[in-house]
Design a binder for this molecule. Structure first.
Ligand SMILES: Nc1nc2c(c(=O)[nH]1)N[C@H]1C(S)=C(S)[C@@H](COP(=O)(O)O)O[C@H]1N2
Ligand SMILES: [Mo]
Length: 255
């Protein structure tokens, strides 16, 4: 038996015990595109133990991120909706329940800025309100199986990035939240015209449930890429990862 045949025979048994692998195998086979054996050859990972399966899956995911980034268009806009389409009430979601929603004194809150920027001074909410504001009615899609339409207003993130002198050639913007959540995005999405620092929801200051005092709203990205309760922003060439991303969610997370 050749090495490769060994992998082909070994893989189906593994896919029976690994649901994500079984799902990928089904998808690949349905398309008639690739077998698990070929996946193992492409990624250079044997699929015969737990760490190699992880390696192959994360190689697939990195490939997927590159394809998504290449397809992402800076000018292509996500759908917008009339006020009548807004979902009421708009759902709350976090990695914890509603009884643990974090709050801060919005007067004392300051947004920290670091990394590849020229202006490092922290920002108050009043400072952010002095910048140009923009409103959107867009759909938020959560991978947990729900989507909802809402209205957010705030500062176009590209305007803010220019104010802090962010290096336009930097690859990533990372976000740290005061509920210990964190995530990061690519620079093209950061500068997309519909990416805003949302200060208001439905025409009133963002309530604690939706991320007060400030969240990043991006209709071009899935729910988990939209950080609430932001405390610090960093511009960097080292991928900061994310709370869910580091547990296997797709890093690019386009919607
Ligand atoms: N700080 C913080 N941001 C977060 C999360 C979180 O747990 N903490 N959850 C994410 C997920 S998975 C979703 S679907 C949305 C939910 O936002 P909403 O409560 O405004 O609907 O917030 C995202 N941003
Ligand atoms: Mo989500």
């Amino acid at each position: 038996m050749s090495n490769q045949a060994g992998r082909l025979i070994g893989a189906p048994a593994l896919s029976a015990v690994r649901p994500e692998l079984a799902k990928i195998e089904r998808r690949l086979l349905l398309r008639g595109a690739l077998s698990l054996g070929m996946l193992s050859m492409l990624t250079g990972c044997k699929l015969d133990d737990e760490p190699s399966v992880e390696a192959a899956l994360s190689a697939m995911s990195r490939f997927n991120d590159k394809v998504q980034a290449a397809l992402f268009s800076r000018t292509r806009l996500a759908a917008t909706f009339p006020a009548s389409a807004i979902t009421k009430p708009f759902p709350f979601n976090a990695y914890y329940g509603m009884d643990e929603i974090r709050t801060v004194d919005t007067q004392k809150w300051r947004l920290e800025v670091s990394g590849l920027v020229t202006e490092r001074a922290p920002w108050s909410l009043a400072d952010l309100r002095k910048l140009p504001q923009q409103s959107q009615i867009t759909r938020h899609i959560c991978v947990e199986g729900w989507s909802a339409i809402g209205q957010w207003s705030g500062v176009p993130f590209s305007v803010f990035l220019d104010r802090i002198g962010a290096d336009r050639r930097a690859r990533y913007v990372g976000f740290k939240c005061f509920d210990d959540y964190f995530t990061s995005i690519d620079m093209a999405t950061a500068r997309h015209p519909q990416t805003i620092m949302a200060l208001d929801y439905g025409g009133s200051p963002l309530p604690p449930a939706y991320g007060a005092p400030m969240k990043l709203r991006m209709p071009t990205k899935l729910g988990y890429k939209n950080p609430k309760y932001i405390a610090a922003i960093t511009v960097t060439n080292v991928n900061p990862g994310g709370y869910w991303e580091n547990q296997g969610y797709d890093w690019f997370g386009g919607s």
